[in-house]
Design a protein. Sequence first.
Length: 584
Amino acid sequence: MLERLVPAIGWLKRYKREDLTGDLSAGLTVAVMLVPQGMAYALLAGMPPVTGLYAVTIPLIVYALLGTSRQLAVGPVAMMSLLTVAGVSKLAEPMSEQYVGYVLLLSLMIGAIQLLMGVLRLGFVVNFLSHPVISGFTSAAAIVIGLSQVGHLLGVKVPGETFLAILTGALTRLGQTNLVTLAIGLGSIGLLVLLKKRWPRFPAPLVVVGAGTLLVLLLGLDKSGVKIVGTVPQGLPGFSLPAVSLESLRVLVPTALTASFVGFMESIAVAKSIAAKAKYKVEANRELKALGLANIVASFFSSSPVTGGFSRTAVNYQAGARTGLASMISAAMIMLVLLFLTPLFYYLPNAILAAIVLVAVYGLIDTREPRHLWKIKRIDAVTLLVTFAATLLLGIETGILLGAGFSLLVFIGRSAYPHIAELGLLEREQVFRNVLRYPEVRRFSGVVILRVDASLYFANMSFVEERLRSVLAQRPGTRWVIWDMAGVGDMDAVAIDTMEQLQRQYSEAGVQFLYAGMKGPVLDLLRKAGWPQNREHLSVQAALQAAGLVSTIHPALPQEGESNASERLRSRVAQGTAASTEAR
């Protein structure tokens, strides 16, 4: 039971000596990344840089003990930092003491939401944020994140939260640019890109941080207007409770909900990806609990919100991490930095931290996915573009909410107009296929066979009724309608009642209904509704036999016939046959 609550107990019991080398190597490698990244993402969130180091100490250890991923590196990430500054800057000025208090409260709220979702086993909820929504949101957010760092590169303060507001602010302040700061920033970006391209595993950010700090110190560039980090508090974070007020809770709720979902989506995506490579399984609800508790602890130790990061986790895995011990080693190294090395960061230019963020988020902008979706399913590409545009022009929270809402409308639209195909018999292969794809199929006199390829519920029954009337209007003299229900996974009460009404109406006109291939759950519902069993048949052929239209049920032909059918289908697909929706 205890091992179930604290997964680390399990891997600690079974820990192998040969795993230690990989864990130690990965822990040290990720710690080198965390120092500049943590400070850069804290600055992006509007927090003092040292809080980025606090975020990768105790919260990282909490996740390592409770999480089910062995390689996930938890800490501040660009997306969570942007969501933080977008939500909290409405309440206070970034970097102010009041602002820091609100961010700690936000960490607590995010943690409480994620923990509650995990306890209630609501991990599936994030599945409603579809891939096109996440892709569009991530690309737009990456652009906003990058643009938000322009002020640090120019050495001026640029206000605004949305793309247009930040862009306008930056353009109006170009004349105030500090050229030395701009040179440091652009030089850092060039060096980061070059080192990343030539030596991908080399700790380029740490080299750039060291070089930039020495440059400012030796040349006294801070006296030329180059903004620096300044005093970084030495020592481990102290324990404190965030101040709570009803007004701040009310204002922060939308940000907390958005960050909870987005942070978990980012974390679970990378955790599952690495777990698949390492051949083990992560559990969504336990991940929610672990991330929730990590964020709650973060709020007690002066940290901004945390989640699993793509780049750090990939490096952790590639460097040889086998267990959560690698993350604990990383946290221990950061604690040593906090205890002894923070004075070294005094002359670190803000422009270098901005450069680190810019290079990191550039990879989040995905230009291939819109083209890929447009080629396969255009409505998915439209969903991505709607989310992208809304996020870019209206803001982070509004963008993802509009994207999710549009995605939901698309889903409802699809389910409200289910695919319904009229079937005929391919006599050689003894299978029933869409008459629009296979014009040579045999149709039975006085019979219409309809296949429904979706669950039936109140929103789509009007379409089903209209489709039935349309088909029967084209087939005068029809005496039997056979519904192939193999594709119907569920029916609600309205759908059952509507089908009963249709049966009564058409029965008076001399048309009888039969049903074939019903699934067990649907049959159970119809039993409760009191449907007579003589309407239900195991297959379309059995329904035809019951209607007296065929004398025997023909067995399926041997493999050769099946191969011919498959070959025929492949040929039609290759020729682009049946492009209309009804011909699916």
